[in-house]
Design a protein around this ligand. Structure first.
Ligand code: GAP
Length: 467
């Protein structure tokens, strides 16, 4: 990846910190790798993304149900799911400086097609063939151990008062297991007809060997998942429809189509029959996985039926037919999506002869919808009028900001950097200096810098129509 793209990622990371979007976890203690905190602007953007996702995947559908399952699960869940055995990344260690590398990623860097879904033998063979070309990112030597599979599940000691960890309770390696565990509950209590879907946003944790690229690969993440239950062998059309819907959703939240592409997996994870990723053109990484769309067949429910001993077959109430539904899954990491949304909206452009940084976020996603300012901070009449406008707007639209610091140009720049679509200025004309302009305000548009005069009475309706 070229230097320009690396710099672009650095600029985005810096903006995220400077403008209160994202902070490194535990920063005052030197940070904790692979974990991030969302600041006041970040949590608003994240919540707006979640709302848009929930709207599309629950409210806009007739046969999808929402869920919020507990993070901790019975230890057997991860055995049944296959994660205690098959959920690993290929790791090798530098014998000189003990740095650990993800072998599949290092192979890809030197142009060899590899991924974490390959078997241990396959990846070991590739590594042995190419070890002479792979250097340690820390010390530059080429003295690595053999590859071993490193399990990504993270153990907790929940309920274990003996410290023996005989049957550890794991943190969730993927959020979707809560959906399979509640399949029977939802069928029994709501009697949905197949096909139907269950949607959930939940946390997942992975002991990633090399967390990297900011929010792209983290150890703690949030996943937004849908699982669509279909009759056996009736997966093909539904799968195509779901793929199309997910693609269109990204366009609907303002992601540019040129930055998206499809990638079909050659090597499938243990549960999948077919798997496609929607890839995003991430800064410094290029195209890489944003969302997985997986055809999981009856793997999950069959496994849980076997391990729990509960009958998880669906009974068709009209025909009496019993079967294990097949599952079509969509799963997107919200941190990755957050990064894609910011990267897609990040521009450095020239406005009125000045270079500025601007986030051209879709107004529905912007953390602040409008910022209200008095033209001058030291004129009590202006400030009082502006405070009244601010408070009135805030009652109708909660995400309204107040800014009376610095000159008006500086305020605009600050709001541009966080993607605020509108800035509203209260000036002497608002107070009636020119009687025909009394109770009108200046409304400035983020993307063009253009300004227009709008009556105060129309402000709420105008902003609501745009967000
Ligand atoms: N339930 C299926 C599942 O978990 P996955 O491909 O491992 O499948 C789904 O993960 C999505 O979760 C990915 O497409 C990605 O957006 C996100 N994701 C996975 N690992 C991640 C990590 N370490 N950091 C951030 N996001 C991650």
């Amino acid at each position: 990846m070229n230097e320009k793209e690396n710099t672009r990622l650095e600029k985005i990371v810096s903006l995220c910190k400077r403008r209160s979007f994202v902070f490194q976890s535990s920063e005052i203690y030197g940070g904790l790798a692979g974990v991030y905190d969302f600041g006041p602007r970040g949590v608003e953007l994240l919540n707006n993304i979640k709302r848009a996702w929930w709207q599309a995947n629950v409210y806009d559908k007739e046969n999808y149900y929402g869920l919020d399952s507990g993070m901790f699960k019975h230890p057997k869940v991860w055995e049944a799911s296959g994660h205690t055995k098959g959920f690993s990344d290929p790791l090798a260690e530098c014998r000189e400086c003990n740095t650990r590398i993800r072998v599949d990623k290092e192979l890809v860097k030197i142009g060899i097609a590899a991924d974490e879904k390959m078997s241990e033998e396959e990846i070991n063979k590739l590594f042995e063939e190419n070890r002479g070309k792979i250097t340690c990112p820390k010390c530059g030597k080429k003295n690595f151990t053999a590859v071993r599979a490193f399990n990504l599940l993270i153990k907790s000691n929940l309920g274990d008062f003996t410290s023996q960890q005989n049957e550890p309770v794991y943190l969730p390696g993927e959020a979707c297991q809560g959906i399979y565990l509640n399949f029977k509950n939802i069928v029994d209590t709501l009697q949905p007809k197949v096909p139907f879907g269950i949607a959930q946003i939940g946390k997942a944790f992975r002991n990633e060997i090399s967390p990297r690229n900011f929010l792209f690969r983290t150890r703690e993440m949030e996943q937004a998942d849908t699982q669509y239950f279909v009759r056996p062998n009736e997966n093909k059309n539904a799968y195509e429809q779901i793929k199309q819907d997910r693609w269109n959703w990204y366009l609907s939240i303002g992601i540019q189509e040129k930055n998206l592409k499809w990638h079909q997996h050659d090597n499938l994870v243990f549960y999948a029959k077919d798997a496609w990723d929607i890839e995003y053109n991430f800064p410094s990484l290029g195209f890489d996985e944003l969302e997985g769309v997986h055809d999981r067949t009856d793997y999950d429910l069959t496994q849980h039926m076997q391990f729990s001993g509960e009958d998880l077959r669906y009974v068709d109430q009209e025909t009496g037919e019993k079967y294990i539904p097949w599952i079509l899954e969509t799963s997107v990491g919200l941190g990755r999506l957050f990064l894609a949304v910011i990267a897609d909206a990040y521009y450095e452009d020239d406005l009125g002869g000045e270079t500025r940084v601007v986030l051209k976020l879709a107004p529905s996603l912007a953390p602040v919808k409008a910022c209200v300012s008095p033209l001058l901070k030291n004129k009590p009449d202006l400030v009082a009028k502006a405070r009244g406008v601010y408070q009135g707007l805030k009652k109708e639209i909660p995400q309204i900001a107040w800014d009376d610091n610095g000159n008006i140009g500086k305020r605009y720049r600050r709001q541009d950097e966080i993607g605020t679509p509108f800035c509203i200025t209260i000036d002497f004309d608002t107070l009636g200096e020119k009687p025909e302009l009394k109770d009108t305000v200046t409304l400035r548009h983020r993307d063009t810098g253009e300004q227009e005069r709008l009556p105060l009475s129309e402000l709420v309706a105008y902003i609501k129509s745009k967000i």
